[in-house]
Design a protein around this ligand. Structure first.
Ligand code: F6P
Length: 319
């Protein structure tokens, strides 16, 4: 293999730049050229690409976002656009593609691999919800962003003796809510994977008040309901006024943590190795700190991370 392509797709995640850098440097190390494809599958269809030399990925390991830009490209589900993009790749002499993104991006890579373009997926999304791998690039940085924000909100919640509901991202997954809630000592955590009980949340607040603790933090995953809706339900039953904060896209930005930089470097370099071994329709995964590759087909499994252990712990620690 003499020339490969790399693109970032879907919601951006801190560490994507570090992964691009690793792909370029590792491929160059093996004498393989890398073309950066801009704007995800949108640019793939149009053949919008540029040669990435060693210097072009200098000074990006610490930068959030993605140097290659990203997009959510709905029309890429149509085969005619997939074939159009594959033709552009053939014209440019690109023999393999590395797709850095979440499960939607992996579905695109799966389709391309079935149409004959060698494809490897690198999991990157703040949601940490890609089936087949324990970790996705960006999760750690997003968690730190959320925890920093919750710590700050707790300062003012304590001073004013308020109850705050903080809504975090995660799409259908509660990973960000659960991990950040545990790390920030939230009094209640509400995630899609576990049932919630409004009366129990109120009882928890009341128990705190009885101990003269007048503030509370509730973290709700966006996949359950909006913070405003939860505030309305709680107010209706308890009369307590809640303050709400929706953290929003701040969770997707920022300089990647050291952990995300290391994971992105490992994932990106491993993806190049897989292409050089002639593999296709595979994704990079990690379990117990061990990298491996798996069939992109696994993306179609509706696997949820096992949250029950951490969820139970969070309840035990916030009695
Ligand atoms: O998948 C990452 C993510 O940030 C989710 O947590 C969130 O639901 C979604 O993307 C938001 O996407 P957009 O910025 O396209 O609205």
């Amino acid at each position: 293999m003499r020339r490969i392509g790399v693109l970032t797709s879907g919601g951006d995640a801190p560490g994507m730049n570090a992964a691009i850098r690793a792909v370029v440097r590792k491929a160059n190390y093996h004498g393989v050229e890398v073309y950066g494809i801009y704007h995800g599958y949108e640019g793939f269809i149009q053949g919008k690409m540029e040669l990435l030399d060693l210097g072009s990925v200098g000074g990006i390991i610490q930068r959030g976002g993605t140097k290659l830009y990203s997009s959510r490209c709905a029309k890429f589900k149509e085969q005619k656009y997939q074939l159009q993009g594959i033709e552009k790749m053939k014209d440019a002499g690109i023999e393999g593609l590395i797709v850095i993104g979440g499960d939607g991006s992996f579905r695109g890579a799966y389709a391309l691999a079935d149409l004959g373009l060698k494809c490897i997926g690198v999991p990157a999304t703040i949601d940490n919800d890609v089936p087949g791998t324990e970790y996705t690039i960006g999760f750690d940085t997003a968690l730190n962003t959320v925890v920093n924000a919750v710590d700050k909100i707790r300062d003012t919640a304590t001073s004013h003796e308020n109850t705050f509901i903080i809504e975090v991202m995660g799409r259908h997954s509660g990973n960000i809510a659960l991990w950040s809630g545990l790390a920030a000592g939230a009094e209640s955590i509400i995630i899609p994977e576990e049932p919630y009980d409004i009366d129990e949340i109120i009882a928890r607040i009341k128990r705190g008040e009885a101990r003269r603790k007048k503030h509370s933090i509730i973290i709700v995953a966006e996949g359950v309901m909006p913070a405003s809706e939860l505030a309305r339900m709680l107010k209706e039953k308890s009369g307590i006024d809640m303050r709400i904060t929706v953290l929003g896209h701040i969770q997707r930005g920022g300089s990647p943590s050291a952990y995300d930089r290391v994971m992105a470097s490992r994932f990106g370099a491993f993806a190049v190795e897989l292409l050089l071994e002639g593999k296709t329709r595979r994704a990079v995964g990690i379990k117990n700190n061990q990298l491996y590759d798996y069939d992109l087909q696994e993306i179609f499994k509706t696997e949820q991370k096992n949250t029950s252990g951490l969820y139970t712990l969070s309840k035990e620690l916030s009695i």
